[in-house]
Design a binder for this molecule. Structure first.
Ligand SMILES: Cc1cc2nc3c(=O)[nH]c(=O)nc-3n(C[C@H](O)[C@H](O)[C@H](O)COP(=O)(O)OP(=O)(O)OC[C@H]3O[C@@H](n4cnc5c(N)ncnc54)[C@H](O)[C@@H]3O)c2cc1C
Length: 431
């Protein structure tokens, strides 16, 4: 069976197939889209702290696999540095007396492990780490339009696409289902799916996302992740249930499907679709940015805010928000994610710069000192000017090939971060 006609970029679905224009970005100018409510995860530090305080570890351990389980909803705040990762871990440990082996700490540890792999493997995490069930060339390099528009006819998949687009987030189980369906049923290369999901997630983290997709694909794990309609019925509410669809199969049948080169199509019949939110590689015009300007910061002490460090800058610091346009040319974001990040940056920063890595580094070279946490998403020359965040765990230094190997060697939490840790000044390398 051949793939349905695939598309490479988001495009309008035929009007007749679209659900009523309920989503705020449908039929609205970009500026209206950006003011659309950000729903379940508003970009505010108060919400982030409130969520951290509301965590129920015992409930989490019991129910986390269910779509309506007591998951924390912390990931966008952690990814964008509104809640520093080590602070989250230490708060949970101290408030609830959680040990290293508690389920919640272990799930958080996956994030640290994926970063460990990124640190050691670098760019290699963006290609298959080893062979999966089929060679890379057996998978399509374009997303089928019915998946992109959430009209596959498999309710679990179409619901997941809608939740991703409307909230910018998705329960872990739904991410697993969506990735597994795309790779093993529709035979789309994991990297295509990973880039697409990353662009729409408010918590998109290149290590957690791309390595999770590889884990589902079977290119970073011993076997592919497969799921069926029975699994969906167990963990998701009724509108997600998918009897009599391609995923209503036994695991033996799904195993065969994953190892067969043939892709299945969307379910027969017409299914209502939705528009994907537009994806952009530059910040929307609604937010004013200027080119990096050395004169504006000459001999000043500055705090560099970037999309992975949205924590409140210290009082008195000159705060500059920076968007690296080279990074986003490679890794664009949905308008939803731009709005989330920029709403917060706009409130906090006195200066907003967008430009190339080189232009930023040159301008920063005129500052007296630069403060702020680094992050692996930053290009190296900028990251190297900033402080490494406190580690959440006492991690092994040498590369570990599997989570279990890494986790066995983590024997403690990272050193405590004092609440009022003094800023670490960094002399800029260029003067
Ligand atoms: C295909 C796929 C793509 C994913 N992409 C991302 C991503 O881009 N960014 C991201 O933060 N997570 C990603 N995850 C992991 C996980 O799905 C999300 O962290 C989680 O669903 C976020 O919701 P929560 O904060 O309520 O999580 P909770 O279950 O409440 O977990 C608490 C925190 O632990 C961490 N965590 C939990 N599970 C995982 C995991 N499996 N891997 C890594 N960290 C975890 C997150 O920081 C999360 O906020 C992905 C998983 C899959 C299967």
């Amino acid at each position: 069976m051949a793939l349905r006609r695939p598309v490479s970029t988001p495009r309008r679905a035929p009007a007749s197939s679209l659900a009523a224009a309920k989503e705020p970005w449908q039929l609205q100018p970009l500026s209206r889209q950006l003011r659309a409510p950000l729903g379940t995860h508003p970009p505010s530090p108060q919400t982030a702290l409130g969520r951290l305080q509301a965590v129920r570890p015992a409930e989490y351990a019991r129910t986390r696999n269910h779509l309506d389980g007591a998951v924390t909803g912390l990931s966008p705040y952690i990814t964008h540095g509104m809640l520093p990762f080590a602070q989250v871990i230490h708060t949970l440990r101290d408030r609830h007396g959680l040990g290293l082996r508690h389920k919640l700490i272990q799930e958080l540890a996956w994030r640290a492990y994926f970063r460990h792999r990124w640190r050691h493997d670098g760019e290699r995490i963006f290609g298959s780490l080893h062979a999966g069930p089929l060679p890379d060339s057996a998978y399509a390099s374009l997303l089928p339009s019915d998946v992109l528009e959430g009209r596959t006819g498999v309710p679990a998949i179409d619901q997941a696409v809608r939740v991703l687009y409307t909230t910018g987030t998705l329960h872990n189980h739904a991410r697993l289902w969506l990735a597994s369906y795309l790779i093993h049923v529709r035979k789309v290369h994991w990297r295509i799916g990973a880039d697409w999901m990353w662009a729409h997630l408010l918590d998109g983290d290149l290590a957690s996302n791309h390595l999770s997709w590889q884990w589902v694909a079977g290119t970073a794990s011993a076997k592919p992740y497969l799921f069926n309609a029975e699994n969906v019925s167990r963990f998701a509410p009724a509108p997600w249930h998918s009897p009599a669809t391609a995923i209503d199969a036994t695991y033996t049948e799904l195993e065969h499907l994953a190892r067969a080169a043939q892709a299945l199509k969307a379910e027969p019949g017409a299914h209502p679709g939705v528009l994907p939110p537009p994806v952009r590689s530059v910040p929307p015009q609604d937010f004013e940015f200027s080119a990096p300007d050395a004169a504006a910061i000459a001999d000043r002490e500055i705090w560099l805010m970037h999309p992975w460090s949205l924590a409140r800058p210290p009082d008195g610091a000159l705060c500059i928000a920076f968007i690296d346009l080279e990074f986003h040319t490679r890794w664009p974001w949905s308008v939803h994610r731009w709005a989330w990040v920029l709403a917060h940056m706009g409130e906090r920063a006195q200066l907003r710069w967008a430009g190339s890595t080189q232009a930023c580094v040159q301008a920063l070279g005129r500052a007296r000192a630069i403060h702020g946490p680094s992050d692996p998403h930053l290009p190296h020359p900028i990251g190297a000017m900033l402080s490494s965040p406190a580690p959440a765990f006492a991690e092994p230094v040498e590369r570990c090939r599997s989570f279990s190997h890494w986790w066995q060697q983590v024997n403690d939490f990272g050193a405590a971060v004092p609440p009022s840790a003094p800023l670490q000044a960094h002399s800029p390398p260029l003067r």
